[in-house]
Design a protein around this ligand. Structure first.
Ligand SMILES: [Zn+2]
Length: 122
């Protein structure tokens, strides 16, 4: 998709809406590989020069996500990618799989998730 100011605004609005529903702090959003490369190296470590390969990347430790607008073919994939990355932020311990995909589907349907609470260590 082509990143223009309208689409940029629309994506940021969606990120805001889903962040509220998922009870997470709204992440900073990068929308092009250029923006990824402009970030301090330590913030995008591990997925920096490889970021272009993915529809999206979440940098959990820095509350930062990358939505690869240029690579994303359509609205549906865009919405999926936004929700996918924000589910990573809300469920940081969870890796990809059935449970993860289920949460993404629930998120897309408008489900509200209570805040993430770290389990106390004894
Ligand atoms: Zn993922």
């Amino acid at each position: 998709m082509k990143l223009d100011p309208d689409l940029r605004l629309k994506i940021l609005e969606k990120v805001g809406i889903y962040s509220n529903r998922f009870s997470i702090q709204e992440p900073r959003v990068l929308l092009s590989t250029k923006e990824v490369l402009e970030m301090p190296k330590e913030m995008t470590e591990g997925r920096r020069t490889s970021a272009y390969k993915y529809f999206g990347v979440s940098y959990l430790l820095n509350n930062l996500i990358f939505i690869n607008v240029r690579k994303i073919p359509d609205e549906k994939t865009l919405e999926n990618t936004i929700v996918h990355e924000l589910i990573h932020m809300r469920f940081p311990y969870l890796s990809h799989g059935k449970r993860f995909n289920k949460l993404v589907r629930q998120g897309l349907r408008g489900k509200i998730f209570p805040p993430y609470r770290k389990r106390k260590k004894f």
